[in-house]
Design a binder for this molecule. Structure first.
Ligand code: URA
Length: 445
């Protein structure tokens, strides 16, 4: 079949054979299929969706389109966690060393922040000297030696996703659940893991704001896992306010270290423990959810997770003394501005996406992938949803360098925090758990 026939087949609602999908992916990476044909096929997928079999074939072909990490020499079940992205989401930074401290290896290939969401790599790079660029061998050796590594993608890693994502970005086809699932899962498979826990965020700061869309994405991710033989469990977690109190880069490393010392905010700890317990169960390292939680709490209490974090920092070129001396993160070089409450009441809503955009304007995030980040700027929220406030109370501290950026960010932040006379009903942090038993419907468009 010619490429145009594959486009027509999908356009008309047909199901492509695995071999036809492999040809499309190979042709894309080899530069043999022009962008306009690939874009047309992506748009056909956007409207027609993919069957589970098509999705499995697409994900597998994308995963094999470049360099694949082979971690089979590490004799343990290697588990990762991936989040669909949020504001103040530093769960990976706490969770990866925590799980490794229990003895379960965590090989994590993470991403950068874009738009209103932050990225694990940017946060780690706010630690002076920390490198997220390890070779395949260095990555494997570090996971074998200390049980954890967090790295970025090389140019050779899943090139099909890089090429397709660039096209999706300019053709209105990013918001397709099957294409998102194939994009995420192909990178997880190529990272060499044996099992995955997905944190699918939902709420006004999430990529999937509507819970039903998040649920459908979660089911699709679990289904892809089943198709390609990778066990996946997904939790739907709340993103209707920043997670924890810190939003930025170095400031989120501070909150990470505090959490590893047992002084973290409750919501961050709860999400971390819920995801972590799932990871231990998938790895066969705990007999029940309660036992998994006990193990995680013990590692936090005994300082093992903090030690593991310091080991990872040292292994990747940073100064492990940051866990004792937070001034090494240079946060004190930024200026501080305080946002006060202008009335009495309760914090009744956050426009979380707007908080993320404000942090980007401040310089903590990037609008385009080429923008540079200032690691020392960010926000510290003194009040969270449901807390009572009085006029003049500190709502948020802004750490900034450029006064014009700060003024714009402060205005957005003021509009993003709602104070009203009525205490809001608390929202559950973990909204659902989705595994293979929840797979009834097809992935759809
Ligand atoms: N994250 C990804 O990795 N891919 C997508 O398509 C969307 C979000």
């Amino acid at each position: 079949m010619r490429t145009v026939d594959l486009i027509i087949k999908k356009r008309d609602g047909g199901e492509l054979e695995p071999d036809e999908i492999r040809r499309l992916v190979r042709g894309c990476v080899a530069g043999e299929i022009p962008d306009y044909q690939l874009a047309a096929w992506l748009m056909a997928v956007y409207f027609r969706g993919l069957s589970f079999a098509e999705l499995g074939a697409l994900t597998d072909a994308m995963a094999r389109s470049g360099e694949v990490h082979d971690l089979s020499s590490i004799p343990a079940i290697k588990v990762d966690k991936h989040s669909t992205g949020g504001v103040g989401d530093k769960v990976s930074l706490v969770l990866a060393p925590l799980i490794a401290s229990v003895g379960v290896p965590v090989p994590m290939v993470a991403g950068r922040g874009l738009g209103h969401t932050g990225g694990t790599l940017d946060k780690l790079e706010s630690i002076p000297g920390f490198s997220v660029s390890l070779s395949t061998n260095q990555f494997r050796d570090q996971v074998a030696r200390i049980g954890v590594a967090i790295v970025g993608q090389t140019q050779a890693f899943v090139p099909a996703d890089r090429l397709m994502y660039a096209l999706r970005d300019v053709t209105g086809t990013v918001e397709s659940i099957p294409l998102i699932a194939a994009s995420i899962m192909s990178k997880k498979i190529a990272a060499g893991i044996d099992a995955l826990v997905m944190d699918v965020k939902t709420g006004n700061g999430a990529f999937m704001a509507r819970e039903e869309d998040a649920r459908q994405l979660a089911r699709t991710l679990v289904a892809v896992g089943r198709e390609v033989g990778l066990p996946v469990i997904a939790l739907l977690t709340d993103m209707n306010q920043p997670l924890g109190r810190a939003v930025g880069n170095a400031i989120e490393i501070v909150e990470t270290i505090e959490t590893l010392k047992g002084n973290g905010p409750g919501d961050l700890l709860d999400v971390t423990l819920a995801l972590g317990a799932e990871m231990l169960l998938l790895a066969g390292a705990a007999a029940s959810m309660d036992k998994a939680r006990d193990q995680l709490n013990a590692c936090l209490r005994q300082g093992k997770a903090l030690d593991k974090f310091a080991q990872m920092v040292e292994a990747q070129g940073g100064n492990p003394r940051i866990v004792e001396d937070l001034s090494l993160l240079n946060l004190h070089t930024a200026n501080e501005e305080i946002v006060h409450a202008d009335r009495d009441g309760f914090i009744s809503a956050f426009n979380t996406r707007q908080v993320g955009v404000a942090s980007m304007i401040l310089g903590a995030g990037r609008e385009t992938i080429k923008d540079t980040i200032d690691p020392t700027v960010g926000f510290l929220f003194e009040k969270k949803l449901g807390e009572r406030v009085c006029t003049g109370d500190v709502l948020c501290r802004i750490y900034y360098r450029d006064i014009e950026r700060m003024v714009r960010a402060r205005e957005m932040l003021r509009n993003a925090i709602e104070i009203s006379g009525r205490k809001p009903v608390p929202l559950p942090l973990i909204k659902a758990r989705i595994d293979h038993n929840d797979l009834k419907s097809a992935p759809g468009g």
